[in-house]
Design a protein. Structure first.
Length: 153
């Protein structure tokens, strides 16, 4: 299913200015989001004046939002907001942003769900810049639904 603009609010609980996804395509265990970085995006006024770049933390947040839709439709309570329990580099490596993203760039995020059991979702996220073949950021992720947190303590 494809969502555009504010239609994304139907499947992601985050709102602007923290939710900056422009489009979202959701399949079985995969979601693909796009962000067209426009000069007038609020973050570029302060990060950094004269050299605007997308902060790594906002890119990571957009990636986790994209991942959340891969499993929220499978949850018993579809209104639960997932909690990130861990993010790690691929195969235990470190997480880094390999290239800056700036106004005029288009970011494509690919999130893949590898398992969803008892409210615990595991998968991976990759972000690409301008249809590149090598990700500018990638990580493995585990999200937990709050109703399941008592079980894992």
């Amino acid at each position: 299913m494809k969502y555009v603009g504010e239609e994304i609010y139907n499947v992601i609980p985050n709102r602007y200015p923290y939710m900056i996804l422009d489009t979202l395509d959701v399949e079985d265990n995969k979601a693909v989001a796009k962000i067209a970085l426009k000069q007038d995006l609020w973050i570029f006024d302060c990060h950094y004046p004269g050299h605007p770049i997308l902060p790594m933390t906002l890119l990571m947040e957009s990636m986790t939002q994209t991942f959340s839709v891969t499993f929220l439709s499978k949850a018993e309570d579809k209104t639960e907001i997932p909690v990130i329990s861990s993010i790690s580099g691929v195969e235990g490596g470190k997480i880094s942003q390999k290239e800056e993203a700036a106004p005029g760039d288009v970011i494509t995020i690919v999130a893949t769900l590898s398992s969803f059991k008892r409210g615990i979702a595991k998968g991976s996220c990759k972000a690409y810049k301008n249809e590149g073949v090598n990700p500018i950021m990638e990580f493995e992720i585990v999200d937990v639904l709050p109703s399941q947190m008592i079980r894992i303590r």
